[in-house]
Design a protein around this ligand. Structure first.
Ligand SMILES: [Zn+2]
Length: 265
């Protein structure tokens, strides 16, 4: 049996991440039933988490919210075959393609309830809002519990880490707007996709990190530097933590492509 040690973070939210940098999975005690937010990558751990949740609260899961399509948030969906699985339409569309391709062996359960824009669940005096922003991926959304001032960001926040921003559908401008939208909600607690439990400060830091990087690439792109020159440039921002070279290079390439399309450089 895999040992897991979820943490109760608010009146309704429990959270667990298998290691310091791996993806978070959370559940919301929605009074008469449970709602899962993201399902992790290691199916055994997800199964243990589900058992823990149902035993601790004496309630069952009815719904699962998927913040975006990446495997470290969706491989555990097969532990929730009996639940309604909710995502944005864009997330379902991309995931449906991945299931035909490199996620073929993963036994993913596709969302069976989709929306675009915003979606709300209400139960007694509790509300769960799911807000689509794009950014980290097309279709990325965050989860907001207004009564508790809590946000579950999905991978719109990598707390105290350089974010994975190398997805083919990444959009740094929409990502900055997403982080600003979360900051404007003035949350008391922020549960990131990866990294430590956070607050507004980490949202601001991630917003500034993406802003500074995209601005520096924009300036060099306008000066007609090639992508190879930009990737090697000493004018790119520096970071106070380890940055995986591949992630960083992918990020610069993707941001450059979005900038070129936007600015018609
Ligand atoms: Zn992700």
């Amino acid at each position: 049996m895999t040992k897991i040690d979820p943490l109760k973070l608010t009146e309704s939210i429990w959270d667990y991440a298998p290691s310091e940098k791996s993806s978070h999975m959370s559940f919301i005690d929605f009074d008469s039933y449970l709602v899962m937010v993201d399902t992790g990558m290691d199916v055994d751990k997800t199964r243990e988490f589900r058992k823990f949740a149902e035993k601790t609260t004496d309630r069952s899961f009815k719904q699962v919210i998927i913040t975006h399509y990446h495997g470290d948030h969706t491989f555990g969906t097969n532990v929730f075959k009996d639940c309604e699985i909710i995502s944005t339409q864009a997330t379902k569309d991309i995931l449906a393609q991945k299931v035909e391709g490199d996620y073929k062996d993963k036994n993913i359960i596709l969302p069976n309830k989709t929306f675009s824009g915003e979606y709300e669940l209400k139960e007694g005096n509790k509300t769960i809002k799911i807000i689509e922003t794009n950014g980290h991926t097309k279709g990325s959304a965050f989860v907001y519990l207004p009564e508790e001032g809590a946000i579950l960001t999905g991978d719109l926040l990598f707390a105290d880490m350089f974010p994975f921003a190398g997805d083919p559908t990444v959009n740094p401008y929409e990502w900055i707007n997403a982080l600003q939208k979360m900051i404007d909600l003035k949350p008391n607690i922020v549960i990131p996709g990866h990294g430590n439990i956070s607050s507004i400060k980490e949202l601001e830091e991630q917003r500034d990190l993406i802003y500074d990087l995209v601005k520096s690439i924009e300036i060099m792109a306008k000066q007609k530097l090639s992508i190879q020159e930009i990737k090697k440039s000493k004018r790119l921002p520096k970071y106070p933590y380890d940055v995986h070279e591949n992630w960083f290079n992918m990020t610069v390439e993707r941001f450059y492509k979005v900038i070129k399309e936007k600015e018609e450089i």
